[in-house]
Design a protein around this ligand. Structure first.
Ligand code: CA
Length: 239
């Protein structure tokens, strides 16, 4: 069974491209590989992929620019591969529209798991907006703007609600401090990281089983936060 119709792998190193393409053979029906940004953009225009794997070190274009240009053409998840490990670069890429970031050298099983997580998220939330989201026994009703754990209502402030709504709508996606700050307050000013830390702490006290060891809202150090869906979580299709 394949999880996606097609995946595009953009990587100029032929050996790595072949390894990545063959690792994804069971994931998508078609896995295409290209070596340059210009071939990638042409390929995306001709045949929109269900997911893009983007190597940042391409011979013909800057990685961040390529990411932005792909995002303009396609809503498909973008998983970035990079030889660099700087948090600042990761933040810039997530802000440019990437969905996940895998540093080289990477373990192939972990890479495939990250790709599958992005495809699950895209399939779950890509077509139309669900009314309710479930993270384990936490249920978030997007229309009523309420959250409940095991049937017990949880009272959230508007800022906490906005943070939870944005994070929970895309489990597995890391949001940068700036992206979350913008989602919660609608603008960007001051020290986003510090403001967020305070509100995330309050939110965790309300929704986590153990706020000191959060399982639902996970910190990505120096980058931001992401929501982890427990295995039983997902899209509640019917009330
Ligand atoms: Ca490269």
């Amino acid at each position: 069974m394949s999880y996606a119709e097609s995946i595009l792998v953009i990587e100029d190193d032929e050996r790595i491209r072949e390894i990545v393409v063959s690792a994804l053979r069971d994931v998508a029906r078609v896995v295409r590989g290209v070596a340059t940004a210009s071939d990638a953009l042409a390929s995306i225009r001709a045949e929109p992929p269900g997911l893009v794997v983007l190597d940042l070190g391409l011979p013909d274009a800057d990685g961040g620019d390529t990411c932005r240009r792909i995002r303009e053409l396609s809503g498909a998840p973008i998983v970035v591969l990079s030889a660099r490990h700087q948090e600042a670069e990761k933040v810039a890429l997530l802000n440019a529209g990437a969905d996940d970031y895998v540093a080289k050298p990477f373990s192939l099983p972990e890479f495939v798991a990250r790709v599958l997580a992005q495809l699950r998220r895209a399939n779950m939330y890509g077509s139309g907006r669900p009314e309710r989201l479930a993270l384990g026994d936490l249920v978030i009703d997007l229309d009523r703007r309420t959250a409940a754990r095991a049937g017990e209502p949880i009272r959230l402030t508007p800022v906490e609600w906005n943070l939870l709504r944005v994070l929970a709508a895309q489990p597995g996606r890391t949001f940068t401090h700036q992206q979350l700050f913008h989602a919660a307050w609608g603008k960007t000013y001051g020290d986003a990281q510090q403001h967020l830390r305070v509100h995330i702490t309050h939110l965790r006290r309300k929704i986590e089983r153990n706020p000191a060891d959060p399982e639902l809202i996970v910190t990505e150090p120096g980058v931001g936060y992401r929501c982890e869906a427990p295995p039983t979580g997902g899209h509640v299709s019917d009330p």
